[in-house]
Design a protein around this ligand. Structure first.
Ligand SMILES: Nc1nc2c(ncn2[C@@H]2O[C@H](COP(=O)(O)OP(=O)(O)OP(=O)(O)O)[C@@H](O)[C@H]2O)c(=O)[nH]1
Ligand SMILES: [Mg+2]
Length: 456
């Protein structure tokens, strides 16, 4: 593998920019252009120590820089690495880069530093992919998730599953090796129980994907209610900004208004909608239909009611939506005298989380935020959760593994021969191996690493 180089910081005007080199000749190439104040090049003794000096292109001084040499194998790529920290203008950095390229380094492909880390055994594939997710992640919790994966939580879980599959091999091997012995019945029982166990564990992993997806992409949250209950007020309060128009005229909001907010580090994609009612106004009608459509794809519904007004059919249709999905009920305008709602109605609401708010006074917003955290994460800090699957490629592989285990179980129940079972065990084992980067082809590696940006 040759020595590669790239600009590792975002291009643009900045305080500093970093050119990174990795490979056998990293130090040699850097030293051709870098001089410490005493005129000496960097050497082994400078390992991991930031060096002040000057960077030359031939005799021409390009920039005053800080340089660091990191000796293999204690580096990100496990190869010798050099980082040149220069001043942030685009011109300077690109000249520093082109200088090292002319001296024998080759431009790195996107993700190539991380690819080398993987190929040199520094990271497994889940960790390499987590690096991309950290770079691309939108929400704080999403970053936390990727960081945790970087620390190998998913790897651990997958290795655990693979170990169970290996133990199945042992049973089957025993059977194939000693076909005469009367151990078949015991083995069948064992195989069945291990397979069932595996399915439970795999399902846990799969369900964590959905949670992970929410963290990365944001929880799609639709605010629904009849006109004038305070939906737009709610959006504004959560945003802490007067984004949506609020008036006392029912039917103020006619189109959907969208905003991203952070609640306890979770991202919500928040949608304020037109108030639900029958209307002859064609524009409003479209808005109402849109509101109903959005609800169908919502991860969370915030159903808003005016607690000071008598219950209406429109409220009833909103409540029905709320009872059918993950939702929080808001009793707004609790600063006013409460209207008489029937016991039957109150009972029907009881199964749901209910938050009383007075949005004009900004009351109840924090309680609502807590309720959202509770609904999605049982108020637990995310550390205590099971390992999360958060990548579509991983999910596909886990699903494939599950299909094989299900087949296996069916095979056992139908009494097929042991060597037939082996095929599915191997299939499941290999699918899971694809997550760790065992037995993956060059095409998968290309796919994974091409998602990276340059210089990582
Ligand atoms: N007293 C009281 N008034 C409120 C409260 N929340 C909102 N309002 C008022 O209710 C009126 C309607 O508020 P909006 O937020 O526009 O209601 P909306 O649900 O978006 O209404 P549409 O867009 O017409 O569907 C405004 O005059 C608000 O100031 C509250 O908690 N108490
Ligand atoms: Mg509104």
């Amino acid at each position: 593998m040759g020595t590669i180089a790239a600009i590792s910081t975002a291009l643009g005007e900045g305080g500093i920019a970093i050119v990174r080199l990795s490979g056998k000749k990293a130090l040699e190439i850097a030293n051709r252009h870098f001089k410490k104040p005493n005129g000496k090049p960097m050497g082994d003794q400078d390992h991991r120590v930031l060096q002040y000096g000057h960077f030359y292109e031939g005799d021409l001084l390009l920039d005053e820089v800080l340089c660091v040499f990191m000796k293999a194998p204690h580096t990100y790529t496990r190869e010798d690495m050099v980082e040149i920290h220069c001043h942030g203008g685009i011109k300077v950095v690109t000249r520093v880069l082109s200088t090292v390229l002319r001296s024998g380094a080759r431009p790195a492909e996107p993700g190539e530093f991380t690819k080398r880390a993987f190929l040199n055994g520094r990271l497994d594939l889940t960790q390499a992919e987590a690096v991309i997710d950290v770079i691309k992640s939108h929400s704080e919790k999403g970053v936390e998730l990727s960081l945790r994966q970087l620390q190998g939580r998913l790897t651990e879980a997958v290795m655990d599953l693979r170990e169970k599959l290996l133990s199945l091999f042992a049973f089957i091997q025993a059977d194939i090796d000693y076909p005469e012995e009367d151990i078949e019945r015991i083995n069948e029982k064992e195989i069945r129980s291990i397979a069932e166990d595996l399915i439970v564990n795999i399902d846990e992993l799969l369900s964590s994907y959905d949670k992970g997806k929410l963290l990365r992409e944001g929880i799609k949250t639709v605010i629904l209610g009849k006109p004038n209950v305070g939906k737009s007020s709610l959006l504004n309060r959560l945003l802490r900004e007067e984004r949506a128009i609020v008036t006392d005229i029912p039917g103020t909001t006619r189109d959907t208004i969208e905003a991203y907010i952070q609640v306890h580090g979770i991202t919500l994609r928040l949608l304020d909608t037109a108030g639900i009612r029958e209307t002859g106004d064609i524009v409003e009608k479209i808005g109402v239909q849109r509101a109903r459509d959005e609800v169908q794809e919502a991860d969370l519904l915030l159903a808003v009611f005016d607690r000071s007004e008598p219950w209406t059919d429109e409220d009833e249709s909103v409540l029905e939506e709320a009872l059918n999905r993950k939702s929080i009920i808001l009793w707004n305008k609790s600063d006013k005298v409460a209207a008489n709602w029937s016991d039957e109605l109150l009972n029907r609401m009881q199964g749901n989380l209910i938050v009383e708010t007075a949005l004009v006074e900004d009351r109840g917003v924090e309680a609502l935020e807590d309720a959202i955290l509770e609904l999605f994460f049982q108020s637990e800090p995310v550390e205590h959760e099971t390992p999360l699957l958060n990548n579509i490629r991983h999910r596909r592989l886990v699903e494939t593994a599950k299909d094989h285990v299900v087949e296996l179980l069916e095979g056992v129940n139908m009494g097929v021969t042991m060597d037939c079972l082996e095929v599915d065990i191997r299939g499941a084992y290999d699918a899971l191996g694809g997550i760790l980067g065992d037995s993956v082809g060059e095409d998968v590696l290309e796919e994974v690493f091409s998602r990276f940006c340059l210089g990582k």
